[in-house]
Design a binder for this molecule. Structure first.
Ligand SMILES: CC(C)(COP(=O)(O)OP(=O)(O)OC[C@H]1O[C@@H](n2cnc3c(N)ncnc32)[C@H](O)[C@@H]1OP(=O)(O)O)[C@@H](O)C(=O)NCCC(=O)NCCS
Length: 168
């Protein structure tokens, strides 16, 4: 069973209505895969999500739900005192409504709660929306992984947020 480390669901009211952040469940996967395939050229498979939910004890996975519909999700690993954010994705129909920001800050809060000293992630060099989101929350570039992304070998920026002095 994936480790949710005690996170109960949290309701947040945004401009367009109420959003619930809660741990990801197996029954969410059909909706998640639909969003995943729309958002990424190399989408994760159902098996990849199942592994995170059912086997990887370091995994922390959340969904944002509105009117019983999954509209965003995230997957991160917590290993000792480091969180690595592997996936964060918002349904195209719900973009620019602060959902990405909400699910990111839930992950940051979660990392703090479990005494992580740093959060790291990779992002495509061309993904300006995501880079702006992460920069807004204090992430800074700490590395470059050349040719990291399949299938065309796009570079990844390694971004990090140190939690000791984080401004979020
Ligand atoms: C990146 C993504 C998660 C942003 O989610 P979102 O819910 O639309 O973003 P939010 O409404 O929370 O925006 C928060 C901040 O992100 C930045 N941002 C988001 N979308 C942006 C865009 N299209 N252009 C520029 N900045 C953007 C802004 O700084 C914004 O703050 P502001 O509104 O005060 O300017 C979303 O576009 C997405 O799912 N993209 C596809 C999947 C992906 O690339 N995931 C990241 C992988 S590393």
């Amino acid at each position: 069973m994936s480790t949710f480390l005690g996170f109960a669901s949290k309701n947040v009211v945004l401009e367009f209505g109420e959003v619930m952040i809660r741990p990801m469940r197996h029954e969410d996967l059909a909706q998640i895969i639909r969003i995943e395939e729309m958002n990424f050229p190399m989408p994760w498979s159902v098996k990849a999500f199942e592994y995170e939910l059912e086997q990887n004890k370091n995994s922390v996975a959340f969904v944002a739900e509105s009117n019983s519909r999954v509209i965003a999700y995230s997957v991160a690993h917590i290993i000792i005192d480091e969180m690595h954010l592997l996936n964060l994705s918002v349904d195209r129909n719900f973009r620019r409504r602060r959902i990405g920001e909400l699910i990111l800050t839930i992950n940051i809060d979660h990392a703090r709660q479990y005494d992580c000293s740093i959060i790291t992630l990779e992002v495509r060099k061309s993904n300006l929306a995501a880079i702006m989101l992460y920069q807004k929350h204090g992430f800074r570039q700490t590395g470059l992984r050349r040719g990291y992304y399949e299938p065309y070998g796009e570079d990844a920026l390694l971004l990090s947020l140190g939690l000791a002095n984080a401004a979020c």
